[in-house]
Design a protein around this ligand. Structure first.
Ligand code: NAD
Ligand code: MG
Length: 378
């Protein structure tokens, strides 16, 4: 039996993780999970599963839940996430919350010797070096859940890193892939939230439309697979059927294909090294590739530069993007202004070459607060 925690269980990845374990209930024991602010979704989940500990979004939710579910221990807020991470029972820690809030729980879970299944890519973007050190120090495993990274992880099994020429992660192009930059000036939030291939949380759907998501994934891949940035490429592939490719030095190319169903990479991380039965048929009709255009997607080019320069800059870029996406989703700025805000923040940033965890958390908060303050007033 596998013991499991799920952070962000009410979100898109969280609920698909629950789907995977529901199909095979004898295989899993759910120790703890974190939920969000939507009571209806939370109730639906708690009617199905009985974890030992649940972290709610807000303190004032606790009383009602405690009455309704007396056998569960309820905690809340940021502190609640840390209590899950440090709960004294071993288990795989699935981190599926969105944004930089995922960092500290990942750190604490590693320090309490839990293996990590990581959907929360922001953790690696802003603190990849620190996470890699911690993993080594505490002897735990970190399994990627992001579909592209799951595919590269599978492709690398049995290969020697010195035999790899490069790895390639694919991008669907997001909601506005058929629009020119000129046409981006008039797009709405509703349009931005319609992803052609995947149904995901709002933040990552906007990040896919700006191509920031692929930029974050390049940095994520660098930290997961320990390759320099010039060996990590991206390509536009509209169908999202090939998720990753590796090019080997004997000119062999290995590609990993699967239908656009996040339960496949989620289950791979949960069952690793075994494979479970899951039917998601894939038709191999037309596969298209298109080279990436950095002029069309400047945030992707920025992510490469920021990744190369390292230090505190990935934190600055990620924080500015997180604040900008929030402002866009709350109708304070236009879509195209997301880019401007991220570029401005990186341009004006003061570099810290080897930031500590405290530096990362402080700069993350400062940058987000500054940007929110400046634009919310407009
Ligand atoms: P989502 O918005 O659907 O769900 C995120 C959940 O996290 C929500 O339930 C929310 O309540 C919770 N959350 C957010 N901030 C929190 C905080 N400060 N404290 C407590 N809870 C908080 O997002 P998602 O699409 O499931 O994405 C989750 C993560 O997985 C992101 O990092 C995303 O980039 C990554 N990811 C998602 C997909 C996908 O298909 N959805 C694919 C690859 C990677
Ligand atoms: Mg991805």
């Amino acid at each position: 039996m596998k013991y499991l925690y799920i952070l962000g269980a009410a979100g898109s990845i969280g609920r698909q993780t629950l789907d995977v374990i529901k199909e095979d209930p004898k295989q899993f024991y759910l120790i703890g999970l974190s939920l969000g602010s939507h009571d209806d979704i939370n109730d639906q989940i708690l009617q199905d599963v009985q974890p030992e500990i649940v972290s709610l979004k807000y303190e004032n939710q606790i009383e009602r839940y405690q009455k309704r579910y007396p056998h569960i221990t309820f905690v809340a807020g940021e502190e609640g996430l840390i209590k899950l991470a440090t709960y004294p029972k071993h288990g795989l820690f699935m981190n599926a919350i969105s944004g930089s809030a995922g960092l500290l729980p990942t750190v604490k879970a590693i320090e309490s010797k839990k293996d990590i299944a990581l959907a929360n890519k922001e953790t690696l973007v802003i603190a990849g070096d620190i996470i890699n050190e911690l993993i080594k120090k505490h002897g735990v495993h970190l399994y990627p859940v992001d579909s592209e990274h799951s595919s590269i992880w599978q492709l690398l099994r049995g290969e020697d890193l010195s035999d790899i020429d490069k790895l390639v992660i694919t991008a669907s192009g997001g909601s506005f892939r058929d629009l020119s930059r000129e046409e981006l000036k008039n797009v709405t939030k509703k349009d931005a939230l319609k992803h052609p291939n995947w149904s995901m949380g709002d933040k990552i759907t906007i990040d896919s439309a700006t191509m920031m998501n692929k930029g974050l994934e390049v940095i994520e891949a660098h930290h997961l697979f320990h390759l320099p940035y010039h060996q990590i490429e991206t390509v536009l592939h509209r169908e999202s059927l090939i998720h990753g490719l590796i090019f080997l030095k004997d000119s062999t190319i290995k590609a990993s294909l699967a239908s656009s169903d996040m339960r496949i990479p989620i289950a791979y991380a949960l069952y690793y090294p075994e494979r479970r039965v899951h039917h998601a048929p894939l038709s191999l009709t037309d596969l298209h590739f298109q080279p990436m255009d950095f002029k069309r997607y400047p945030l992707l080019e920025l992510a490469y530069k920021v990744g190369e320069r390292g230090g505190i800059l990935p934190t600055v870029m990620n924080a500015a993007n997180e604040a900008a996406v929030k402002l866009f989703l709350e109708d304070h700025i236009t879509f195209i202004e997301i880019e401007k805000i991220v570029f401005d923040a990186v341009e004006h940033a003061t570099q810290i070459q080897q930031p500590t965890l405290e530096d990362i958390l402080r700069v993350n908060k400062e940058i987000q607060n500054d940007i929110l303050r400046q634009y919310e007033k407009r």
